[in-house]
Design a protein around this ligand. Structure first.
Ligand SMILES: *Cc1c(COP(=O)(O)O)cnc(C)c1O
Length: 316
């Protein structure tokens, strides 16, 4: 019972224990095609570009920034917790001029505030965290894609903690680039980062004036391995991909709507119980994540000692 890595179902662990075959073996390539199809369903998108980067969620974050940002570009980053800060750091390292809009931790942005910032800053890319794990805040983002496009910007979204636990509607919300991770709501060990990019984002990449600064994360080469060309770039982490494939099977067997409803029902029960104990949420009322519940340490309780007791006595 932590924010990730989540518990792993035995089916996923068993899948990962299968023999390691070659990264160009036809059997493995078939598994990758199936996995891409399941990613389409999970991301609720028609985007052609859907794949799992070799690395954790942060590698997915870095992938999108290094591919979509060129030195001198303006990036608007919304910060209300740990992961917004990390995005600003990564964008800066790409040579971007970073403009920040900030909110106190736990609060969410009113979408109109972000839209006003887009109008003021005129960025090339707008970056925002959908589920801020550090505070449990659930950020509404459904109107930001259209506003970004109106001003020539791309919308880049961190859905590491939301994908598989709450709706992530890439096409309906006009998200251009999104990354996630395997060890949160997909209940798979850490090590892969599912990403998807819109045709608009792929056009931006194709129009780059400079090479992507990272060889390992350069999508122009990696998409040729995941696509029909099957050009070797780096050795895919075979057994991790077995695990993700099975984790996505489990998610889709349950059904996304049923899965979201289950998280919501458990959240409502937990929140009611915590309220009875006088334990309050850190995130803004009306914007609590269903699958990640961040609470304040009650007055009079020592933080470190309290958490140690929860871990040792209750496995929380
Ligand atoms: C966990 C997390 C990340 C980073 O993922 P790693 O797998 O730890 O690299 C990024 N963003 C959010 C919102 C996260 O919860």
């Amino acid at each position: 019972m932590g924010p990730g890595p989540s518990d792993i179902p035995p089916r996923v662990l068993e899948a990962m224990a299968r023999p390691t075959i070659g990264h160009l073996d036809p059997v493995f390539l078939q598994l990758m095609d199936g996995l891409r199809d399941r990613l389409r369903q999970l991301f609720q998108t028609k985007n052609e570009t859907r794949l799992a980067m070799s690395g954790t969620g942060s590698a997915g974050m870095e992938t999108l920034f290094v591919n979509l940002v060129e030195p001198g570009d303006k990036v608007l980053v919304c910060i209300n917790g740990v992961f917004g800060n990390r995005m600003a750091d990564v964008a800066q390292r790409c040579g971007a001029t970073v403009e920040k809009v900030e909110k106190p931790w736990g609060q969410v942005f009113d979408q109109d505030e972000v839209i006003a910032a887009i109008e003021r800053v005129k960025p090339n890319v707008v970056a925002i965290v959908h589920a801020e794990t550090s505070t449990g805040a659930h950020q509404p983002i459904d109107r930001l894609g259209a506003a970004a496009h109106e001003h020539g910007a791309l919308l880049l979204v961190d859905c590491v903690t939301s994908l598989g636990g709450a709706p992530v509607k890439i096409d309906e919300w006009q998200v251009d680039a999104a990354y996630s991770g395997t060890q949160k709501c997909l209940s798979c060990p850490p090590g892969l980062s599912p990403v998807t990019l819109s045709p608009r984002a792929m056009e931006r990449m194709a129009a780059r004036k400079s090479k992507v600064q990272s060889w390992y994360l350069d999508l122009s080469m990696i998409t040729q391995y995941w696509g029909s060309e099957r050009v070797y770039h780096h050795t895919a982490p075979i057994n991790m991909l077995y695990g993700l494939d099975e984790a996505l099977n489990i998610a889709l067997e349950e059904g996304l709507d049923a899965r979201f409803a289950r998280h919501r029902a458990m959240h409502d029960l937990l929140r009611a119980g915590l309220a009875d104990l006088g334990v309050h949420y850190v995130s803004q009322d009306g914007h609590h994540l269903p699958m990640l519940n961040a609470v304040s340490v009650p007055a009079g309780i020592d933080d470190a000692a309290g958490r140690k007791q929860l871990l040792n006595d209750y496995g929380i």
